[in-house]
Design a binder for this molecule. Structure first.
Ligand code: TYM
Length: 329
């Protein structure tokens, strides 16, 4: 039995990328493991958020966890700001992280190049908070999309540094990134990853998009002039669409390639739209139901935080003792 930890930021509605790269893979893990799935609201405020939206998005992410098949009876679902140990350990780890390490984080580099006006210290030390999230639970594995690999590397590095400076305290976590479909690309610019913060709404599909919206976005998805449904790096748009098709339907790439041999992109896209719309329909319906029954969500995050708090406190207590903080009597 392994300990699994992962989280998603409530910085907007979740995309098909979040689902295929992360959420969908979590569901199977909960049968055999001890899983913690967190809504990381403290990470979300590293970019400006309206309080009202943050509240709405936080509950929405939680509802989507459950709607995608995460069972609150099996896994601990909670909200990051409810367990104060995350912020506390994050401070300690901040004092052990080199500026150079954070400077090398590609996600920070990209974000800081985009908008100088929004640069704040939280955005810079964001990966340290993520390391705290993971290390507090003595996590074995972190199921994420490809873009989080470097952040998990930092968590490993900090665990090792602390363990060697003091004594064995943290388990060193492993990233768990699927070989196929761990980076879903933008429907408009298939060299960029699909992101909820993209200014072009046609670039992403949201888990709560209705069937008509999904069909329209897929119809408009960028392809090429080659006109053959084939999986290769010369046709990145088509490659991405085939990946989505395969991930959602369970059909192999080879079988999809054969199925659409001699047919154009029109037919392929129409079928894909059907696969996506039908695949997401139950998720959307369940999430909409839960969002109308907020009491149920409240029970879930309350119970989740209680369980998480106990485990997290235990690790934090050890850390405080080792670094020389006097225990409050
Ligand atoms: P976030 O909120 O950006 O994304 C949540 C998860 O979705 C994955 N993902 C994708 N996978 C494939 N294709 C895409 N286009 C795509 N876009 C997003 C991400 O890899 C991620 O798994 N820092 C994290 C949140 C976090 C976290 C943690 C994760 C905070 N603490 C501790 C794991 C463990 C983030 O910003 O993810």
């Amino acid at each position: 039995k392994k300990i699994i930890f992962s989280g998603i930021q409530p910085s907007g509605a979740l995309t098909l990328g979040n689902y295929l790269g992360a959420l969908k893979n979590w569901v199977n893990l909960q049968e055999e493991n001890d899983c913690y799935f967190c809504v990381v609201d403290q990470h979300a405020i590293t970019v400006p958020q309206e309080a009202k939206n943050l509240r709405k998005n936080t509950l929405e992410v939680l509802a989507l966890y459950i709607a995608c098949g995460i069972d609150p009876e099996k896994s601990s679902l909670f909200i990051q700001s409810h367990v104060s140990a995350h912020a506390e350990l994050s401070w300690v780890l901040n004092t052990m992280t080199y500026m150079g390490q954070l400077n090398r984080m590609t996600q920070y580099k990209e974000k800081s190049e985009k908008s100088e006006a929004n640069l704040n210290a939280g955005l810079f030390t964001y990966p340290v908070l993520m390391a705290a999230d993971i290390l507090l639970y003595q996590t074995d594995a972190v199921p994420v999309g490809d873009d989080q690999k470097q952040h998990i590397e930092l968590a490993r590095d900090l665990a090792e540094r602390f363990n060697s400076r003091y004594s064995e305290t943290f388990k060193v976590p492993e990233p768990m990134i699927s070989k196929f479909g761990s980076r879903i690309m933008s429907l408009q610019e298939p060299t960029k990853k699909m992101s909820k913060s993209d200014s072009d709404a046609n670039a992403f599909i949201l888990l709560l998009d209705d069937a008509d919206t999904i069909k329209r976005k897929i119809k408009r998805a960028v392809t090429d002039s080659i006109g053959v449904v084939s999986y290769n790096d010369e046709q990145l748009g088509v490659k991405n669409l085939m990946t989505i098709y395969s991930k959602l339907s369970g059909e192999s790439i080879e079988s999809i390639q054969n199925k659409y041999e001699g047919k154009g992109y029109g037919v392929f896209k129409e079928d894909l739209a059907e696969v996506v719309a039908e695949g997401l329909r139950p998720v959307r319906e369940k999430a909409e139901y839960l969002l109308k029954n907020k009491d149920q969500l409240e029970l879930v995050y309350t119970k989740g935080a209680e369980k998480a708090e106990k485990v997290a406190r235990k690790t934090l207590r050890k850390v405080y003792k080792k670094i020389g903080f006097i225990e409050r009597k």
